[in-house]
Design a protein around this ligand. Structure first.
Ligand code: UDP
Length: 186
């Protein structure tokens, strides 16, 4: 399908990301569901952005089945939501800071409250809802705050586009997390 999927299992991915966090690597993670794959096939610009990603996981059983049918099997499904939860757990344990971008302000606030309840020692570097005036301003603020992890919940293709524009030069793990803040807010 023109996308180079990661061969890592959930466990291996978290191990890798933990190492990346410790080494302060700049990482661009995409958790690609079938909608993302189809969109990339039709939109050359988005496909080019996905090529910049350090790691693309198969966020959907359809992708795992498709890869098997194509004779290029993947070990298992690696969802954005699970990866997000695991990353927050590691961040709390290792005292790494997280910036949250995206969703409606009320949703984001509720999600942050729930996250603080679940991960009481988590360091929140900052946050902003996903309905801002200037992406450049937000990008600049994130750069200044120097978080270790940036979770971008703008939905695709907006979140990957944002990451491709502002991740360079930072020492953070950036990941698009779609509607995850809405799920966490309940
Ligand atoms: N969103 C946003 N800004 C925008 C467009 C969308 O913050 O300009 C948020 C929206 O509020 C929701 C998330 O992005 O929280 C998108 O969720 P969706 O379920 O559509 O994304 P998917 O999981 O399908 O990528």
């Amino acid at each position: 399908m023109g996308i180079q999927f990661s061969q890592l299992t959930n466990q291996q991915l978290i191990k890798q990301l933990t190492l990346d966090l410790e080494q302060q690597q700049c990482r661009f993670i995409v958790t690609a569901n079938p909608e993302i794959v189809l969109y990339a096939r039709k939109h050359f610009e988005y496909a080019t952005i996905l090529k910049q990603a350090d790691l693309i996981t198969a966020d959907g059983i359809g992708i795992v089945i498709g890869a098997k049918l194509l004779g290029q099997p993947l070990p298992e499904r690696v969802t954005g939501f699970d990866t997000l939860q695991q990353l927050l757990k590691v961040a709390e344990k290792k005292q790494k800071s997280v910036y949250f971008l995206g969703a409606r302000a009320t949703v984001l606030n509720t999600a942050l409250k729930n996250i603080q309840r679940q991960y009481p020692k988590l360091i929140i570097a900052g946050y902003h809802d996903g309905y801002y005036q200037s992406a450049a301003e937000i990008g600049q603020t994130i750069k200044q705050l120097q978080p270790d992890i940036v979770l971008v919940a703008l939905g695709f293709p907006k979140q990957e586009t944002f990451i491709s524009q502002y991740a360079a030069g930072t020492h953070a793990i950036w990941m698009g997390v779609g509607g995850s803040f809405d799920v966490i807010a309940g």
